[in-house]
Ligand binder design. Structure first.
Ligand code: SF4
Length: 788
């Protein structure tokens, strides 16, 4: 059921308006009465970081101080209308807002870049410097020298959002003549690059999982990565309640595997395509696959449905049988590569082929690897072969889909006059040799044949990929320290992060709890919402919001009036955004109604069964791929003429720094990273409560630990040729021998010798873009571990 405007009003009246004084409200909280006596207010807000979810929060505020964060109370908690309950990080917001690391006033660099030496300056001086540097660099190098770095620390606001072409500062840069953009993300670069060339669709929506009998997760840890609210983690728990069995394929026995009592398949990192090929081999050998579907719905399954011009023996069947390379992809072939015994592979092939419906789902961890494009393309083949593609409870083998709800409107940033973009991971190349970067296979820039300048100006707002979240921190530092290359860096943030230390001008930003905004939900599961984000407290210290900063910069660049376009106040913009939202939804409340109620919600969105119509009649309902079918053989990828690294069909490609790299004689352990419960990427790493609940530690198998004389809790040295990290060890059998994992996102903290002492994984990761997507391979690394 979608709430009509009438029902919305009725519903909000029942709540009494979340922005009002607590007196008279009924939130179903036992202690509301106590709050009332203290004359607190309960105000609607949300958690706005990049976990993939968007949890509704109610903040109790008194005398201008946040007292505590209360969970969503807007629903009765049914499957159609679940509460968006925050995770442990979302509940720690108070400790984050009041953290001692808050930036307090504008500063300018006084030492070597990156040294972290700054001098306090006025806002006037900071803004004048930014504007004059923008003018200087534009005159000297042109607009191709400007870049806004990937950043997701501020990822929710209608106004306070600085991600890619959104938000007030994008409007400034657009009016200024534009900047070079990026494509792809650090989360899903390989997935988003190849999805159009295999299925061109995602999986069924996550709420459909309750219809599955068997759910097989590859590299998916949704009970951590989509922990809060009503996203994937919630739907896994609902599917478990409904009786589904789970299998988790992962080098780590993740929290998802443990919580769901899943069968754990502890695979060697980077070998998933060998595993998938062996499963497929068994299905073909034993005639367990859906032959008719593969013949009518796919391209390149066997030699009979290859596209015109494809060479012989280039089909998936030919690959499985070894017709071209002489190596049949048998379970016995895959066993030493994957570390999964051959009889276990055979048993799993039987179970997946014979249980219907079976949802086969991929996460994103396995595509942040050296050849991350390949597993993304291989898994849908298995979903198709097992007869699950396009059916209820089954799916396409891609990521589960997030239902699209609605948006509460966004700040009108305008259009970037420069339609050039680089792969998101390759910004260091843009600094070093931007003028040499082209649309060719080495760089794959989009929107132009080449760039006209190296990067000279970087705007880095609410982001930590400048240093902390990008590969090979020591390499990045060296590059940024040389201010003759990248001449000017503006960083805006709420905390003194490792990236903030590399600013030339450092600006203190308000948190989302110090401003008003309109925030759109994430469309997870059966509900979606638009929320009025109340200002809980006055801006702290000298912090300013991005709208004010953008206006000030626009004034100094001479187009303040054009920027404002008649909007004098923040509320003017918010009201316009609501009007825009009303144009797309006749039931959308007015600005005043939304502000009073705090929340506008859609309930009972329908499930999406991806490609169901394609399954029924493929001719009339083609997929969005070039051929309209499941492209096991991709004509587009074949045309890249790089069969070893970008094969036309998905293949297992042995990785550099992978299971079979001879470098293992020096660095024997394969190191991956994983999402930590205590952080959202690097956000919250400074929150004391969260550090205490989930201390940073290296996961190492008890056999590997015993070989090295390491006991649980010992401080260890993790190293390779790129750097050294000191971190306590968590000795556990929840990670396979030969593999180790560092929870990603810890803030890089060097000692006097430049060795990290906090467990920052990117000291050890490699800057080596993937072949097609040019994505980040941050889980492909070899290291050695010693007792410190
Ligand atoms: S799951 Fe946690 S981090 Fe994500 S939106 Fe909810 S509270 Fe925030």
């Amino acid at each position: 059921m979608i709430l009509t405007r009438r029902s919305f009003l009725k519903w909000s009246a029942a709540l009494g308006g979340s922005a009002a004084l607590v007196g008279g409200l009924k939130f179903g909280l036992e202690d509301v009465g106590a709050a009332n006596e203290r004359e607190s207010q309960i105000l609607s807000t949300c958690c706005y970081h990049n976990c993939g979810g968007r949890c509704i929060l109610n903040a109790e505020v008194r005398d201008g101080v946040i007292l505590r964060i209360l969970p969503d109370q807007s629903a009765e908690d049914s499957f159609d209308n679940p509460r968006a309950i925050p995770c442990v990080a979302g509940r720690a917001i108070k400790r984050w807002v009041y953290a001692p690391e808050r930036l307090k006033y504008p500063m300018k660099r006084v030492g070597t870049r990156g040294e972290g030496k700054f001098e306090r300056i006025s806002w006037e001086e900071a803004l004048d410097t930014i504007a004059s540097e923008m003018i200087r660099i534009k005159e000297e190098y042109g607009n191709d020298a400007f870049y806004c770095n990937y950043a997701t620390g501020q990822l929710a606001g209608g106004i306070d959002m600085t991600y890619k072409d959104l938000g007030p500062m994008s409007r400034v840069f657009h009016l200024f003549g534009g900047y070079v953009n990026f494509y792809g993300t650090y989360s899903d670069a390989c997935y988003s690059a190849v999805q159009p060339y295999i299925t061109a669709t995602d999986n069924n929506s996550d709420d459909d999982l309750v219809n599955s009998k068997l759910i097989v997760l590859f590299a998916d840890n949704s009970l951590v990565t989509r922990a809060g609210g009503k996203g994937g983690g919630y739907h896994y728990l609902k599917a478990k309640e409904a009786g589904a069995k789970f299998i988790v394929v992962d080098p780590r026995q993740s929290a998802t595997a443990v919580t769901l009592d899943a069968d754990w398949v502890p695979i060697n990192p980077g070998t998933d395509v060998a595993f998938i090929a062996a499963l497929a081999y068994v299905m073909v050998e034993e005639d367990l696959h859906d032959k008719e579907f593969m013949a009518t719905h796919s391209i390149g399954f066997d030699e009979s449905n290859l596209p015109e011009g494809a060479p012989s023996n280039s089909s998936w069947m030919a690959y499985l049988k070894g017709d071209a390379d002489g190596t049949p992809k048998t379970p016995e072939w895959a066993a030493p590569i994957t570390g999964i015994p051959a009889d276990r592979i055979i048993q799993l092939a039987h179970e997946m082929a014979n249980t219907k419906p079976c949802a086969i789902i991929q996460g994103l961890g396995w595509q942040r690897r050296a050849y991350g494009e390949q597993p993304v393309r291989a898994l849908p083949v298995l979903a198709a072969m097992t007869g699950n593609f396009g059916i209820k409870g089954g799916g396409t083998g891609m990521r589960y889909r997030i239902n699209l709800g609605f948006a509460g409107g966004y700040f009108p940033a305008g259009i970037n006059p420069i339609q050039k973009s680089i792969p998101v991971f390759m910004w260091p190349d843009y600094i070093e040799r931007g003028k040499e970067m082209t649309s060719g296979p080495k760089d794959r820039i989009k929107g132009a044949e080449k760039l006209e300048a190296n990067m000279k100006f970087m705007w880095n707002w609410a982001g930590n990929t400048l240093v902390n979240q990008h590969s090979d921190i020591n390499r990045t530092k060296k590059l940024l320290e040389d201010d003759s290359k990248l001449e000017f860096i503006v960083v805006g943030d709420v905390m003194m992060t490792p990236s903030a230390k590399f600013a030339d001008i450092l600006l203190p930003e308000t948190t989302h709890y110090e401003i008003e905004d309109v925030i759109s939900g994430k469309g997870e599961g059966k509900t979606d919402f638009v929320l009025f984000n109340h200002k809980l407290i006055e801006p702290m210290y000298e912090c300013k919001n991005i709208l004010w900063i953008a206006e000030q910069v626009a004034d100094r660049l001479g187009f303040g009036d054009e920027f404002r376009d008649g909007h004098e106040t923040r509320e003017d913009w918010l009201k316009d955004m609501v009007v825009a939202a009303q144009e797309g939804d006749e039931d959308f409340p007015t600005y005043e109604e939304l502000k009073k109620a705090g929340l506008y919600k859609i309930i009972g969105q329908g499930s999406v069964i991806a490609a169901a119509d394609f399954r029924e009649v493929p001719e009339s309902n083609p997929l969005g791929t070039e051929t309209g079918k499941i492209e096991i053989y991709s004509p587009h990828l074949a045309a890249q003429n790089d069969p070893n690294e970008i094969p036309a069909i998905p293949k297992y490609i042995p990785e550099w720094e992978g299971v079979s790299d001879p470098l293992r004689e020096i660095y024997p352990l394969m190191m991956v990273g994983h999402h930590a419960v205590q952080r959202i990427h690097s956000t919250y790493d400074n929150v004391d409560y969260l550090q205490e609940v989930h201390p940073q530690a290296l996961w190492i198998n008890s056999w590997d630990a015993a070989d090295r004389g390491i006991k649980n809790g010992d401080e260890v040295k993790v190293f390779n040729e790129r750097g050294v990290v000191y971190i306590p060890a968590k000795v556990t059998n929840r990670i396979r021998p030969g593999v180790t994992s560092v929870p990603q996102g810890a803030w890089y903290t060097p000692d006097e010798e430049g060795n990290d002492i906090r467990g920052s994984v990117n000291v050890l990761t490699k800057y080596h873009p993937t072949p097609y997507a040019k994505g980040n391979p941050q889980h492909t690394n070899l290291v050695q571990v010693e007792k410190a």
